[in-house]
Design a protein around this ligand. Structure first.
Ligand SMILES: *Cc1c(COP(=O)(O)O)cnc(C)c1O
Length: 423
């Protein structure tokens, strides 16, 4: 005899809200204390001066980041959104260019393209990893394509060897949006280091955080310098600093403070352990859920590790004969934090209405744009099918489950699956 479902008034499997357990601790507190004592909470100057590149903790954080990820240059910024904008500016994206991007990502992966007056072009994702792949990218290349933004979605690296090969052959730059995959591995290298520029996030939902923050990494000294200029009012130093090009050197303030850098230095030391714990939790969920009818547990390609920003399931609700809405409601009633949807960015009103900068449809309806992008439903069938019917994610990004909680989540799924006819 199984318990009545919580959605029908039975006992909840998890009868409390699983709290966000922060990895911010005494180390971060002490680091912040030292900055407070110094009295200098941020040490940037927006003119040509040694402090143009920030204060001691920003510089320390950047060199620690480079050492950890095995890259030459790290550029700390105040968010991954800022980082994506800096990266796209640095590679020379111009108004009217097309940049290929995933529809299955956070909105900022695409809006950062619009910021430069360029046009996001959505390519479909592969079903297994939810990532862009070389085949779907290739189908979207036009004479106007300049670059691709590839997200390592949910913590699984995209297949960058094939993507970079295609990009090199077609003269495209590649930005890796690795906001969700810090510490993930691909063929021995870290995610984030696999493209021309990688962009990490340090917002409070991500594996490690500084409240808000981000880091761009690259092996290219020129791109790194251009990102530092975009970060800090580059146009204001152009009189005094020799520059190879003024293109896209416009005045943003993307500066990370000394307080945040001090926290970041401590958070980076914890990344490996946080990733290990995430993987252990996900493995526990996989062991418990993989035999449930109609459920496909997360795929991990043999050359990669998955760091599980979200724990993504695919469920054949048609075969189960129940709607996703009802199953999700039943799971939530049992106390399991599930999400039925992930973004289909091309469906957002900004693309459907083609209104972004100003009221006249720029950049789509303008002299600079000569292409003919489509945002019609049907352009990304895999992403749309997942959104409409088969995706079900278990929240992990803002959660840290104990072994007991992992077991209870599995039990809740089992309870619901045993009574699907009641759902
Ligand atoms: C969180 C996130 C971002 C934006 O990060 P911020 O630091 O909040 O600006 C960009 N891309 C993806 C895939 C993300 O998950």
């Amino acid at each position: 005899m199984v318990d009545k479902l919580a959605v029908h008034g039975g006992p909840k499997t998890i009868d409390y809200k699983i709290d966000y357990q922060s990895y911010i601790g005494e180390e971060e507190r002490q680091a912040v204390d030292q900055v407070m004592t110094s009295g200098v909470l941020s040490q940037y100057l927006g003119c040509w001066h040694p402090d143009f590149y920030g204060g001691p903790r920003v510089k320390q954080f950047e060199s620690d980041w480079s050492a950890f990820f095995g890259v030459e240059h790290s550029v700390a910024v105040n968010s991954a959104t800022s980082g994506l904008i800096a990266a796209l500016g640095a590679i020379g994206i111009e108004p009217g260019d097309e940049v290929i991007v995933s529809p299955w990502t956070m909105a900022a992966s695409a809006t950062s393209i619009l910021v430069w007056g360029a046009v996001p072009v959505f390519a479909d994702i592969e079903d297994k990893t939810f990532n862009l792949c070389a085949e779907t990218i290739e189908r979207r290349i036009t004479p106007y394509t300049k670059a691709v933004v590839v997200t390592d979605i949910f913590g699984h690296p995209a297949d960058f060897e094939a993507i970079m090969k295609l990009a090199r052959a077609r003269g495209l730059k590649v930005i890796e949006d690795t906001a969700q995959a810090p510490g993930a591995r691909y063929r021995g290298a870290y995610a984030g280091t696999l493209a021309d520029i990688g962009v990490f996030s340090l917002n409070y939902h991500k594996h490690i955080n500084t409240g808000e923050g981000g880091v761009c990494v690259t092996r290219d000294a020129d791109l790194a310098e251009r990102m530092r200029l975009i970060r800090n009012h580059g146009e204001a130093v152009a009189k005094d600093k020799p520059m190879s090009s003024l293109v896209n050197i416009v005045g943003f303030n993307f500066r990370l403070t000394e307080l945040q850098a001090a926290i970041g230095i401590e958070q980076l030391k914890k990344l490996a352990r946080i990733v290990e714990e995430r993987i252990a939790t996900a493995d526990g969920l996989t062991a418990g859920l993989k035999s449930l009818k109609g459920v496909e547990v997360p795929y991990v390609r043999s050359d990669s590790t998955h760091v599980y920003y979200i724990y993504p399931l695919k469920v054949d609700f048609t075969a189960l004969g129940v709607s996703r809405t009802r199953v999700a409601a039943a799971l939530r009633a049992e106390g399991v934090p599930v999400e039925e949807f992930y973004e289909n960015v091309h469906r957002l009103p900004i693309y459907q209405n083609r209104i972004a900068y100003g009221s006249k449809g720029f950049p789509w309806r303008s002299d600079v744009y000569r292409g003919d992008v489509s945002y019609q439903l049907g352009i990304c069938p895999t992403a749309e099918r997942l959104y409409d019917s088969t995706y079900l994610g278990i929240e992990l990004c803002a959660a840290r489950y104990s072994d007991r909680e992992t077991r209870l989540i599995v039990q809740a799924f089992q309870k619901v699956w045993q009574q699907l006819d009641q759902v």
